[in-house]
Design a protein. Structure first.
Length: 103
C-alpha cells in the first residue's frame, strides 16, 4: 500500500465519522417525541457496551467456562442490587475459584 492510499482512507474515515456525528445535530432540530425512537436511543449505549464486553468475558479467562460462570454470577449479583464494586468482586472471585477447580 503506497502512502497516497493511506491518506485517502484516513480522509474517508474522517468524513464517515464526522458525518455520523454532525448530521444528526444539523438535521434533527426539535425534540424527538416518538417513544419508540426515544427508547431505542436510550438503550443503544448499553447494547454497544454489552456487545463489546461479552466476547472479552469469554476470552479473558484461561477456561471459557470460568468466564461463563462469572457472567452468570455477575448478572445475578447486579439483579439482586449489588453495586459495581460488589459485582466485579463477585465475578473475580468466581473466576478464581472456577479456574482453580477446573485447571
Amino acid at each position: 500500500m503506497n502512502g497516497i492510499n493511506v491518506y485517502v482512507w484516513i480522509i474517508v474515515m474522517a468524513l464517515a465519522t464526522g458525518a455520523t456525528r454532525i448530521l444528526p445535530l444539523t438535521l434533527i432540530r426539535k425534540p424527538i417525541e416518538n417513544k419508540f425512537i426515544q427508547s431505542f436511543l436510550y438503550y443503544v449505549p448499553y447494547v454497544t457496551l454489552a456487545v463489546m464486553t461479552f466476547p472479552a468475558i469469554m476470552d479473558a479467562t484461561q477456561v471459557p467456562a470460568a468466564g461463563a460462570l462469572a457472567l452468570v454470577a455477575g448478572i445475578a449479583a447486579a439483579w439482586f442490587g449489588a453495586g459495581l464494586f460488589g459485582t466485579a468482586a463477585t465475578c473475580c472471585l468466581i473466576v478464581l475459584i472456577a479456574e482453580l477447580l477446573l485447571i
